[in-house]
Ligand binder design. Structure first.
Ligand SMILES: [Zn+2]
Length: 355
């Protein structure tokens, strides 16, 4: 769980062996997906006849178009407007919005102040809770539901994620003095593109990891004494994002022999397909254009990243982040949910391994 205020470099080495059999993988979703719903006060009224009801609905839809997420009418009760919108009296408010005399009279009879859900339901569980207050509109989002109930991964995908969790633990303990470790994976194959650990240089492992991924694309800006794997000539994929020390460990560990290593090489200009029209906006850019930053890649981290590292992963356009332990200064679950900030121009999904 969290690190109880122990500094990363003072942390004791991780336990000898972890059991991933009972692991869950929980999506860290924004507060919009939380079970607790928020309510708002609204003015409503009971209308006496069907004819009145028709006239009222027509005019309200035009002049007070509130409550898109709710049904406007329930039995003969009509939602008029949020109570907070009314500055003086309901009658004055309706006059201000040029409601006709007849409808105004109807709306000002049998008035009640009631509580209704303040926003739309994202998940069925929220919808079911909301309809207890007032009938709601609901458009089920299959993918959001699957994230919430954990059915978004296939059995083999889940097994691979758990292997990466186990590997983080082992690499941290056996190679990196119990310090934070990160692994970047191309999930299409799946194949390990880069590995990095917190080092003596005070740079967090995520920053190194992003730089190691850049090495696999013939970039990488940071100077380091670390040795990296050198590629064979005419190779089809590259191991250059892997520090030798991690690579050697994987090669000597019998349990890792079937793990695929290496990244697709960056494609040359002439191999780049021309951008296609907008309907392809959701197509997988990694498949289409080849490696670019961390586009389409997954990142596995022993510890929840800090704000700086989480932001670096936004800039790198990572697809998904998986982490094992929360951190006091974690920016994805503990202190903030950076990935839930709508204003950012890229959003990754975040998952935590849970016992
Ligand atoms: Zn950090």
């Amino acid at each position: 769980m969290d690190n109880n205020g122990i500094k990363d470099n003072l942390r004791p080495p991780a336990a000898k062996k972890i059991k991933t059999d009972n692991f869950g993988i929980t999506a860290i979703l924004s507060d919009d997906y939380k079970k607790d719903i928020t309510l708002m006060q609204v003015h409503s009224c009971e209308v006496e006849s069907k004819q009145q009801l028709q006239a009222v609905i027509k005019e309200l839809a035009l002049k007070l178009p509130h409550f898109q997420h709710l049904k406007r009418v329930h039995e003969r009760n009509v939602l008029i407007c949020p109570s907070d919108d009314i500055k003086d009296t309901l009658e004055q408010h309706l006059q201000l919005h040029q409601i006709s005399e007849n409808v105004l009279k109807t709306l000002c009879r049998n008035v009640n102040v009631i509580e209704v859900p303040a926003s739309s339901a994202k998940l069925r569980v929220q919808y079911e809770q909301m309809t207890k207050y007032w009938p709601c509109k609901f458009h089920p989002d299959k993918y959001a539901e699957s994230l919430q109930n954990g059915s978004n991964f296939t059995v083999s995908q889940r097994a691979y994620h758990k292997r990466m969790a186990e590997l983080l633990w082992k690499l941290s303990k056996d190679v990196n003095d119990g310090q934070n470790v990160g692994i970047c994976v191309d999930p299409r194959r799946p194949s390990i593109v880069a590995i990095a650990g917190d080092g003596s240089s005070h740079q967090h492992c995520v920053m190194w990891l992003v730089d190691h991924v850049a090495r696999s694309q013939r970039g990488g800006a940071w100077q380091t004494d670390q040795q990296f794997v050198k590629d064979e000539p005419h190779t089809k994929s590259t191991l250059s994002g892997l520090p030798q020390i991690f690579y050697d460990y994987l090669k000597q560990d019998a349990a890792c022999q079937d793990l695929r290593l290496g990244a697709e090489l960056p494609r040359r200009e002439e191999q780049q397909p021309q951008p296609e029209p907008v309907e392809d906006i959701h197509a997988d850019n990694l498949c289409k254009y080849g490696p670019y930053l961390c586009t389409g890649y997954d990142v596995y981290l022993l510890r929840e990243p800090c704000l700086m590292c989480s932001m670096a992963l936004v800039h790198s356009r990572v697809k998904r982040i998986f982490f094992l332990e929360r951190s006091d200064n974690g920016a994805l679950a503990s202190k903030f949910q950076l990935h839930a900030v709508k204003e950012l121009n890229h959003h990754y999904e975040v998952f935590q391994f849970t016992m």
